[in-house]
Design a protein around this ligand. Structure first.
Ligand code: NAD
Length: 297
């Protein structure tokens, strides 16, 4: 395999970054790690996930790295690309893991392209509501779909990055940044807002003790992502405002339809609408089940 001997650097050793380092290390890849707080780096070296050279300064790591994954918050990703554009190794390929693709692709075009540094956008559809390296785990990316946004003048670097995602059992899907940001506004961003709004509407009104007693497994499932990091979600929504507003219209329309049906007492229609939702979810569950059957490398 082409990437076998290349040195990989993961910048940002939180949930996504440390889990990625673990998954790559498991497949025998050489992984360096960098984080603004040293504890995560020390932990990675101690656990045998990261090469001991990770203890060095950032400039030393950039001089060694052939492939760089930026697993940072969105503003920090843009900042990192801007500050270090002239410091990457010749021939290096950069990618990010951000939940929106517009910010990284624009920063890369602006700061990396003039330095002839190659780049490609990535977004793994994997994660949990937790943050930080202590919540990282090796199987986070198992069978995950990963969206890939090649640069306009891609010269094989998208394929290089895809190879690494596939190595850790992911399925890669090429997409434009615009299409990606519109899609995830619906599938992820608005879904997180809804989990939060649902939690507030259920637990934030009337008697809290009664509310707590009245919530069980169903509420736990539907509200899970309301426990996500508020700072990270502020950054994601801020970076995808237009698409999120458009996606909120879809929700308004679906929710409004239920409301109207109930107001008008059309309960046969309620049953049909609810059955429609169930059917769509069953189809999606089947898709998820089929994903598990993908051949693991
Ligand atoms: P995290 O908070 O667990 O990790 C972020 C890491 O970046 C931490 O190690 C932190 O020390 C470091 N960091 C933070 N600010 C920094 C700065 N200004 N400069 C340098 N380092 C900094 O977050 P995460 O869940 O791993 O998410 C990272 C990225 O992955 C986010 O951009 C998010 O959009 C994307 N993402 C997250 C999920 C998810 O479910 N958590 C899923 C897909 C993509």
């Amino acid at each position: 395999m082409k990437n076998n001997n290349k040195i990989i650097l993961v910048v940002g050793l939180g949930l996504l970054g440390m889990s990625l380092a673990m998954a790559l290390k498991k497949r025998g890849r050489s992984v360096l790690g960098y984080n603004r707080h040293r504890e995560a780096v020390n932990y990675g070296i101690r656990e045998g996930i990261l090469l001991s050279e990770s203890a060095g300064e950032l400039a030393e790591l950039l001089a060694l790295a052939d492939i760089i994954f930026l697993a940072l918050p969105i503003p920090a990703t843009v900042d990192f690309v801007r500050k270090n554009a002239a410091k990457f190794k010749k021939g290096a390929v950069l990618t990010d893991l951000n939940s929106t693709k517009g910010a990284f692709m624009e920063a890369a075009e602006k700061y990396l392209a003039p330095q002839n540094i190659r780049y490609v956008g990535s977004h793994p559809m994997a994660g949990t509501e937790k943050s930080g390296y202590l919540n990282a785990f090796e199987s986070l990316y198992d069978n995950a779909d990963v969206f890939i946004c090649p640069a306009a003048n891609d010269n094989g670097e998208a394929a290089e990055i895809e190879e690494l995602w596939q190595l850790i059992t992911c399925k890669t899907v090429r997409i434009t940044p615009e299409k990606h940001d519109n899609l995830v506004a619906r599938t992820s961003h608005v879904a997180h807002i809804l989990a939060s709004a649902l939690t507030i509407s259920v637990l934030g009104y009337e008697d809290k003790k009664d509310n707590f007693a009245g919530c069980a497994g169903g509420f736990r499932d539907t509200s899970r992502t309301a426990s996500s990091n508020p700072v990270m979600w502020k950054e994601i929504i801020e970076n995808n405002r237009e698409a999120v507003l458009k996606a909120m219209d879809y929700f308004d329309s679906a929710y409004g339809k239920f409301r109207k049906i109930i107001e008008e007492g059309r309960f046969e229609d309620f049953e049909k609408e609810f059955a429609h939702g169930r059917e769509l979810r069953e189809e999606w569950l089947e898709y998820m089940e089929n994903k598990k059957n993908r051949i693991r490398k």
